[in-house]
Design a protein around this ligand. Sequence first.
Ligand code: HEM
Length: 259
Amino acid sequence: MLVLAGVVVAIVYGWLHRDEDWINPEQGIGYWLGILGGSMMLLLLGYPLRKRAKPASKSVGTVGFWFRFHMLLGLLGPLAILYHSRFSWGALNSAMALGAMIVVASSGLIGRFFYSRVHRGYSGRKLELRALKQEMDEMLAKMEAAGISHEAVLAGIQPFEDRAVKAGGAFWSSAGAVLTLGVETRFAKRRMLADLPRGADRRLLTLRALLDDYFEAVRRAAEFAFYDRLLRLWHLLHLPLFILLVAAAVLHIVAVHMY
Ligand code: HEM
């Protein structure tokens, strides 16, 4: 988020100063920014390669490292290219390369959102509904230990978990559950927090944190199947877009050196 915020600030700054001719894409810093941005976007391919390869040596770096590096270069590379282009479309071949880059980088941000709903961390470890259910059950047991009655858990809290787990199988039922449970769990949490006695002793603090974590886990479980499907659809779109970007970039590089 910090990197993204920095990149947004740099884009706004560059956009506001785009009419000052301090960068020339054909020579000096402007030209080198083009090479730098292009190289960064080539280097970020290390992630899909690393994800698919089983390296003989550990020194190649983990999948998690390459994924973080991918996202960093996926933001800094386009930033360098935006400065290289002086935030203008230029000739047709330049506009095609710039447009394709903006589409692919934006698509990457959308994919990152889907990815985070389906995985634990960045190492490629996927969430599993079974493990999520087990975590929720453990939280319910802890709530009872902290003083919520068994009846209250059965009647008012556990049904959310059952609905999230049941909705998981199919696309439309999970889409519906993302919406309804997204809203209802937030209302239910507020109501239950308001019903708890006031005070800040340890038991109450634990209970509040448990309720928070529990409803978060319910939403994650409901979201899991839906975003898993969306991530797969996204993959189908992202790779052809990327190939289009490579073609447009090659055309652009050839064109500017020929004319
Ligand atoms: C112009 C910049 C970018 C290019 C050229 C690019 C290219 C790619 C490529 C080729 C893949 C592999 C697709 C596959 O394995 O099937 C990929 C995956 C991915 N990229 Fe990017 N990307 C860029 C920017 C970004 C950004 C800014 C982010 C997020 C901050 C991002 C997040 C992702 C994610 C989440 C995946 C899928 C990971 C997975 O399912 O394993 N990308 N990208």
